[in-house]
Design a protein around this ligand. Structure first.
Ligand code: NAD
Length: 275
């Protein structure tokens, strides 16, 4: 079984640095696909209420028989539930679908133009105090929004989950995270297949040199950059391949060449424009 390294968060808990994401995994296929991932050896699953597949994730967990404390399960509070009472109802609904008593990590999914990100995070603190989430953090938050949360809350979010891939390397948010003890999770780590990341010379030549796929090189780049990453795939073969990234290491030159691909190119939504 692959041993995935862990990172220690600012609340003292350890998170597996590599996991499996289920954005756009069809609710009807989620149980099968997450079962494949658990069988392959993943122990960290990233879902969200809005993905509408928490039930399938829960079914796969239940079927797996894997002890709860060997799993890291993340879900997210959707944008329409930032008000305190709604947030409490939302975590209860997520836990019910997942068939769990607690999640390992609960994130506010997006800040909104309503400006209620502080209220949402304070609700997460209550949810943590109630034992329904062991760790809490945010997703898609800007430096300004994080400053506001840190000023108002009694904890610092353990994680900011943000769009991050070689063409959109998010240096400022990573530096801010390092300064404040906020770990960074990379969403869309493979660029969601929306640009020709794998055709980039820096990536294809490293893949050739190590006898691995371009996707494996990119996952390694995230890991060696100290990021937490959970690529998504529906294919059993790619699910296994994306976990098989601990038998080689990118050289400092290869890392630098991939770092040089950053051109501020988003593939997803801008957090400042979400409602
Ligand atoms: P991703 O970058 O993981 O890309 C997935 C695409 O890459 C799929 O089309 C898949 O076919 C392809 N792929 C996967 N493995 C491959 C391989 N070995 N070779 C070739 N192609 C391969 O995109 P994602 O799913 O959007 O991001 C990962 C996870 O991040 C999501 O599943 C979700 O859990 C999370 N996420 C969070 C947010 C957020 O707002 N917080 C937004 C998007 C995604």
């Amino acid at each position: 079984m692959t041993t995935v390294p862990t990172l220690t968060l600012n609340d003292g808990r350890s998170i597996p640095q590599l996991g499996f994401g289920v954005f756009l995994v069809d609710p009807d296929e989620t149980e099968r696909i997450v079962s494949d991932a658990l069988e392959a050896g993943y122990r960290h699953i990233d879902t969200a209420a809005i993905y509408r597949n928490e039930q399938g994730v829960g079914a796969a967990i239940a079927k797996s028989g894997i002890p709860r404390d060997e799993l890291w399960i993340t879900t997210k509070l959707w944008n329409d539930s930032h008000a305190t009472a709604k947030a409490h109802a939302a975590i209860d609904a997520s836990l019910e679908k997942l068939g769990l008593d607690y999640v390992d990590l609960y994130l506010t999914h997006w800040p909104t133009r309503r400006g209620d990100h502080v209220e949402a995070y304070l609700a997460l603190e209550e949810i943590k105090a109630a034992g329904k989430a062991r760790s809490i953090g945010v997703s898609n938050h800007t430096i300004g929004q994080l400053d506001e949360i840190i000023a108002a809350a009694s904890s610092v979010p353990v994680i900011n989950q943000i769009e991050l891939h070689p063409a959109f390397a998010q240096r400022e948010l990573r530096a801010y995270g390092a300064e404040h003890g906020i770990a960074i999770e990379s969403w869309g780590p493979l660029g969601q297949g929306k640009y020709d990341l794998f055709g980039e010379r820096a990536i294809s030549s490293a893949a050739e040199a190590h006898g691995v796929s371009p996707a494996q090189v990119v996952i390694r780049w995230h890991l060696q950059s100290g990021l937490i990453v959970f690529p998504k795939s529906n294919s059993r073969e790619r699910i296994a391949q994306n976990l098989d990234v601990f038998g080689f290491e990118l050289t400092p030159d290869e890392m630098a060449a991939i770092d040089a691909l950053d051109r501020g190119q988003r593939v997803g939504g801008d957090p400042l424009e979400v409602n």
